[in-house]
Design a protein. Sequence first.
Length: 434
Amino acid sequence: MTAAPTPTAPAEAAVRLALSPAEFVNDFYPTFWWIPAGILAAALAIKLPSIIRLWTDPLLRAVGGLLLLACAVFVFVAPSTIAWVNRATGVPNISAPWVYSLLTAFCGSCLLLIITWRDGLADRSARTRTAVRAVLGVYAAVILALWVLFFLADIPEERLRDLDTYYANTPYAREMILLYLLAHTVAGLVTNTLIWNWVRADGLDSLLRWGLKFLGAGYALQLIFDAVKLTAVGARWAGRDLDWLSTAVAPPLACLSAILVAVGFILPHAGQYLHDRWRVRFALHELRPLYLLMKQSGGGGGVPFVLRATPELRLIRRETFIRDGLLSLARYVDEDVRARAVDVGTGLGYAAERAKAVAAAVAVLEAVDARGKGVERDGDGGAEADTDTSDLLRDIGALSRALREGDAVRDVRERMAGPAGSRGPVGVEVADVG
């Protein structure tokens, strides 16, 4: 007799695709919970450097604590972890009040963070302080009650996936399950109300507004999760079996909710951090043409490279180097050349600010060329007395952008080199510093 062929990988994939959504979730249930745990752990790892560096920021510490607590929830709710905790303690189903306590603490912490985040930590009102004490007292009492009810209940048979529905009619276990679901629902309702009221407030930063929207979506999914769980438990009370709602529908909702909540808490902080990094790096890039010109004209090295220097420190050093270079050019800057360049730029149709920046670039290029030839500008009160470099030092960003715009500077210099009479083209070309 010929042996039956072993199913191929494509055949196995086809069988999985043919599964119903509930069967698909059940098939992957043992590893399902590690997905959000991994995402939350990655988010915490991303935030950890900022938390360590800015440890005095209480909101940042609170966000880190929430991410750690959320990660713990999904680690301990995994069936493999539930079984390990039960075996390690020798108490069947002790993972239930432990996971319920973690989830309740997470909900209360989220509610506390939203309250203090919205009202501010520096000058909290008496109403806010009262709300914080009430949340702490209520959720601490809920966690204590969960453990009391667990030890009063008789639930000897270990359930790794369906304890909520399996023991829905067991005295004390029934109250424990209902208590954690109600505490979770109340926290979700109150937090959602606070979040969406805050979203509608005026004057919010765009990153904060988007973070709150992600939080609102995450907590809305939590409310759907609670409704699904309560429906499955209520069905058991009514003598019906809708356990698939608790074991197949609720888990994906919880995972997606956790991810959205994590994004909502991270986005305002991480977004601001990335915005600041982008601004500093853009400023470094913007100053590069002027920096290269000062480095070239000085005949020496530029800013020394430091491996561990932050972008902010590099920017400060580059700005200092540029301003020092411009000060050394002061005696060679011809204000007449700059004034004529402004007139030429205006005649070419440039806006006033752009004409001024292009004229400054032309004057600096001429000064570099004059220093190379050893020609200082003449003046009645001394060369440096006739040269006002304060605007050059102040507007180095605009000056560097003008140097990068080679065509505009080149057009002005060519017009100035024409019959109107000028010093002629200078030796340093714009292409050398762009």
